[in-house]
Design a protein around this ligand. Sequence first.
Ligand code: IMP
Length: 199
Amino acid sequence: MTRLIFATNNPHKVEEIQAAIGSTLEVISLKQAGIEVEIPEPYDTLQENAAEKARVIYQLTGSDCFSEDTGLETEALAGAPGVHSARYAGQERSFEANMEKLLAELEGKTNRKARFRTVISLMLGGRPYFFEGICEGQILTRPRGDKGFGYDPVFQPLGSPLSFAQMSLEEKNRFSHRRKAAEQLVAFLRQQQSTHPQP
Ligand code: IMP
Protein backbone atom coordinates (compact mmCIF):
# COMPACT_ATOMS: atom_id res chain seq x y z
CA MET A 1 0.00 0.00 0.00
CA THR A 2 1.28 3.48 -0.86
CA ARG A 3 2.03 5.67 2.17
CA LEU A 4 1.84 9.42 1.79
CA ILE A 5 2.35 12.21 4.30
CA PHE A 6 -0.63 14.58 4.34
CA ALA A 7 0.80 18.06 5.01
CA THR A 8 -1.89 19.36 7.36
CA ASN A 9 -2.35 20.03 11.06
CA ASN A 10 -6.14 19.73 10.77
CA PRO A 11 -7.31 16.34 12.16
CA HIS A 12 -10.76 16.75 10.53
CA LYS A 13 -9.15 16.91 7.09
CA VAL A 14 -7.07 13.79 7.77
CA GLU A 15 -10.17 11.90 8.91
CA GLU A 16 -12.22 13.00 5.87
CA ILE A 17 -9.48 12.19 3.37
CA GLN A 18 -8.74 8.77 4.88
CA ALA A 19 -12.48 7.92 4.87
CA ALA A 20 -12.76 9.09 1.25
CA ILE A 21 -9.90 7.03 -0.10
CA GLY A 22 -10.37 3.88 2.00
CA SER A 23 -7.51 1.41 2.20
CA THR A 24 -5.90 2.06 -1.20
CA LEU A 25 -3.60 4.62 0.35
CA GLU A 26 -2.22 5.04 3.86
CA VAL A 27 -2.32 8.67 4.92
CA ILE A 28 0.19 9.78 7.55
CA SER A 29 -0.59 13.06 9.28
CA LEU A 30 2.19 15.50 10.18
CA LYS A 31 1.64 14.58 13.81
CA GLN A 32 2.05 10.86 13.05
CA ALA A 33 5.19 11.65 11.04
CA GLY A 34 6.54 13.51 14.09
CA ILE A 35 6.66 16.83 12.25
CA GLU A 36 5.73 20.00 14.11
CA VAL A 37 5.57 22.91 11.73
CA GLU A 38 3.19 25.80 11.11
CA ILE A 39 2.89 25.82 7.32
CA PRO A 40 2.40 29.25 5.73
CA GLU A 41 -0.46 30.09 3.33
CA PRO A 42 0.89 33.35 1.89
CA TYR A 43 -0.52 33.31 -1.65
CA ASP A 44 -3.66 34.57 -3.38
CA THR A 45 -4.64 31.27 -4.98
CA LEU A 46 -5.53 27.88 -3.50
CA GLN A 47 -3.17 26.19 -5.95
CA GLU A 48 -0.13 28.22 -4.89
CA ASN A 49 -0.87 27.73 -1.19
CA ALA A 50 -1.38 23.98 -1.62
CA ALA A 51 1.84 23.73 -3.65
CA GLU A 52 3.81 25.65 -1.02
CA LYS A 53 2.59 23.42 1.83
CA ALA A 54 3.52 20.22 -0.05
CA ARG A 55 6.86 21.68 -1.12
CA VAL A 56 7.79 22.62 2.49
CA ILE A 57 7.05 19.10 3.74
CA TYR A 58 8.81 17.47 0.79
CA GLN A 59 11.94 19.52 1.45
CA LEU A 60 11.78 18.65 5.13
CA THR A 61 11.24 14.91 4.73
CA GLY A 62 12.28 13.93 1.19
CA SER A 63 9.13 11.77 1.15
CA ASP A 64 6.25 11.83 -1.30
CA CYS A 65 3.46 13.88 0.23
CA PHE A 66 0.39 15.94 -0.52
CA SER A 67 -1.41 18.94 0.88
CA GLU A 68 -4.66 20.72 0.21
CA ASP A 69 -6.03 24.22 0.42
CA THR A 70 -9.75 24.92 0.54
CA GLY A 71 -11.83 28.04 0.10
CA LEU A 72 -15.51 28.91 0.41
CA GLU A 73 -16.59 31.07 -2.54
CA THR A 74 -19.87 33.00 -2.50
CA GLU A 75 -21.45 34.43 -5.62
CA ALA A 76 -22.96 37.56 -3.98
CA LEU A 77 -19.57 38.52 -2.48
CA ALA A 78 -17.64 38.06 -5.75
CA GLY A 79 -15.95 34.87 -4.56
CA ALA A 80 -15.16 35.97 -0.98
CA PRO A 81 -13.98 34.72 1.44
CA GLY A 82 -12.27 32.36 -1.08
CA VAL A 83 -8.57 31.85 -0.51
CA HIS A 84 -8.85 34.02 2.63
CA SER A 85 -11.50 31.76 4.26
CA ALA A 86 -9.33 30.73 7.25
CA ARG A 87 -8.55 34.30 8.31
CA TYR A 88 -11.75 35.97 7.09
CA ALA A 89 -12.52 37.55 10.48
CA GLY A 90 -8.91 37.89 11.68
CA GLN A 91 -5.60 36.19 12.34
CA GLU A 92 -6.96 34.02 15.17
CA ARG A 93 -8.79 31.85 12.55
CA SER A 94 -11.92 31.45 14.69
CA PHE A 95 -14.61 29.28 13.05
CA GLU A 96 -17.36 31.17 14.94
CA ALA A 97 -16.08 34.65 14.07
CA ASN A 98 -15.63 33.65 10.41
CA MET A 99 -19.20 32.35 10.18
CA GLU A 100 -20.57 35.44 11.94
CA LYS A 101 -18.77 37.72 9.53
CA LEU A 102 -20.01 35.74 6.51
CA LEU A 103 -23.62 35.84 7.75
CA ALA A 104 -23.33 39.60 8.40
CA GLU A 105 -21.92 40.24 4.90
CA LEU A 106 -24.76 38.23 3.34
CA GLU A 107 -27.48 39.79 5.54
CA GLY A 108 -30.49 40.69 3.35
CA LYS A 109 -28.96 39.18 0.21
CA THR A 110 -31.20 36.78 -1.71
CA ASN A 111 -28.36 35.21 -3.68
CA ARG A 112 -26.91 32.69 -1.18
CA LYS A 113 -25.12 30.54 -3.79
CA ALA A 114 -21.73 29.29 -2.65
CA ARG A 115 -19.26 26.55 -3.31
CA PHE A 116 -16.37 24.89 -1.55
CA ARG A 117 -13.30 24.37 -3.70
CA THR A 118 -10.37 22.16 -2.70
CA VAL A 119 -7.06 21.99 -4.50
CA ILE A 120 -4.78 19.08 -3.64
CA SER A 121 -1.09 19.35 -4.45
CA LEU A 122 0.79 16.05 -4.67
CA MET A 123 4.60 15.93 -4.60
CA LEU A 124 5.61 12.66 -6.21
CA GLY A 125 9.24 11.99 -6.99
CA GLY A 126 9.91 15.70 -6.54
CA ARG A 127 7.28 16.80 -9.10
CA PRO A 128 4.04 18.63 -8.27
CA TYR A 129 0.61 17.45 -9.53
CA PHE A 130 -2.75 19.13 -8.86
CA PHE A 131 -6.33 17.88 -8.35
CA GLU A 132 -9.49 19.92 -7.75
CA GLY A 133 -12.86 19.16 -6.15
CA ILE A 134 -15.91 21.43 -6.02
CA CYS A 135 -19.12 21.20 -3.98
CA GLU A 136 -21.93 23.59 -4.96
CA GLY A 137 -24.47 24.74 -2.40
CA GLN A 138 -25.80 27.69 -0.46
CA ILE A 139 -25.14 29.67 2.72
CA LEU A 140 -27.89 29.28 5.31
CA THR A 141 -29.22 32.30 7.22
CA ARG A 142 -28.06 30.83 10.54
CA PRO A 143 -25.81 27.95 11.69
CA ARG A 144 -27.33 24.45 11.90
CA GLY A 145 -25.71 21.37 13.44
CA ASP A 146 -22.59 20.77 15.49
CA LYS A 147 -20.56 18.22 13.56
CA GLY A 148 -17.61 18.84 11.25
CA PHE A 149 -15.56 22.03 11.35
CA GLY A 150 -15.07 25.48 9.84
CA TYR A 151 -18.05 26.78 7.88
CA ASP A 152 -19.91 23.43 7.97
CA PRO A 153 -22.86 24.75 10.07
CA VAL A 154 -23.73 27.45 7.50
CA PHE A 155 -23.17 25.44 4.31
CA GLN A 156 -25.87 23.32 2.71
CA PRO A 157 -24.77 21.30 -0.32
CA LEU A 158 -27.01 21.16 -3.37
CA GLY A 159 -29.27 18.08 -3.20
CA SER A 160 -29.48 17.82 0.59
CA PRO A 161 -31.85 19.35 3.17
CA LEU A 162 -29.04 19.26 5.75
CA SER A 163 -26.06 21.48 6.48
CA PHE A 164 -22.63 19.79 6.44
CA ALA A 165 -22.62 20.11 10.25
CA GLN A 166 -25.81 18.03 10.47
CA MET A 167 -24.20 15.15 8.55
CA SER A 168 -22.06 12.22 9.60
CA LEU A 169 -18.62 12.09 8.02
CA GLU A 170 -19.86 9.50 5.50
CA GLU A 171 -22.82 11.69 4.49
CA LYS A 172 -20.60 14.76 4.11
CA ASN A 173 -18.25 12.74 1.94
CA ARG A 174 -21.12 11.92 -0.46
CA PHE A 175 -21.09 15.61 -1.45
CA SER A 176 -17.72 16.90 -0.38
CA HIS A 177 -15.25 18.96 -2.42
CA ARG A 178 -12.40 17.28 -0.48
CA ARG A 179 -13.64 13.75 -1.31
CA LYS A 180 -13.90 14.63 -5.01
CA ALA A 181 -10.33 15.97 -5.10
CA ALA A 182 -9.09 12.95 -3.10
CA GLU A 183 -10.68 10.52 -5.56
CA GLN A 184 -8.79 12.14 -8.41
CA LEU A 185 -5.57 11.81 -6.42
CA VAL A 186 -6.22 8.10 -5.90
CA ALA A 187 -7.10 7.54 -9.57
CA PHE A 188 -3.86 9.27 -10.58
CA LEU A 189 -1.76 7.17 -8.18
CA ARG A 190 -3.41 3.97 -9.45
CA GLN A 191 -2.59 4.96 -13.01
CA GLN A 192 1.01 5.72 -12.00
CA GLN A 193 1.30 2.32 -10.32
CA SER A 194 0.00 0.49 -13.37
CA THR A 195 2.33 2.33 -15.76
CA HIS A 196 5.37 2.34 -13.39
CA PRO A 197 4.87 -0.73 -11.14
CA GLN A 198 7.05 -0.89 -8.01
CA PRO A 199 9.38 -3.93 -7.90
P1 IMP B 1 -7.74 25.82 4.89
O1 IMP B 1 -7.76 24.95 3.67
O2 IMP B 1 -7.40 25.03 6.12
O3 IMP B 1 -6.93 27.06 4.70
O4 IMP B 1 -9.24 26.25 5.12
C1 IMP B 1 -9.77 27.52 4.88
C2 IMP B 1 -10.95 27.77 5.76
O5 IMP B 1 -12.07 27.06 5.28
C3 IMP B 1 -10.79 27.40 7.22
O6 IMP B 1 -11.49 28.33 8.02
C4 IMP B 1 -11.42 26.05 7.30
O7 IMP B 1 -11.91 25.80 8.57
C5 IMP B 1 -12.54 26.18 6.28
N1 IMP B 1 -12.82 24.88 5.66
C6 IMP B 1 -11.96 24.13 4.93
N2 IMP B 1 -12.58 22.99 4.54
C7 IMP B 1 -13.83 23.04 5.06
C8 IMP B 1 -14.92 22.12 5.03
O8 IMP B 1 -14.88 21.04 4.47
N3 IMP B 1 -16.02 22.53 5.69
C9 IMP B 1 -16.13 23.73 6.33
N4 IMP B 1 -15.13 24.60 6.40
C10 IMP B 1 -13.98 24.25 5.77
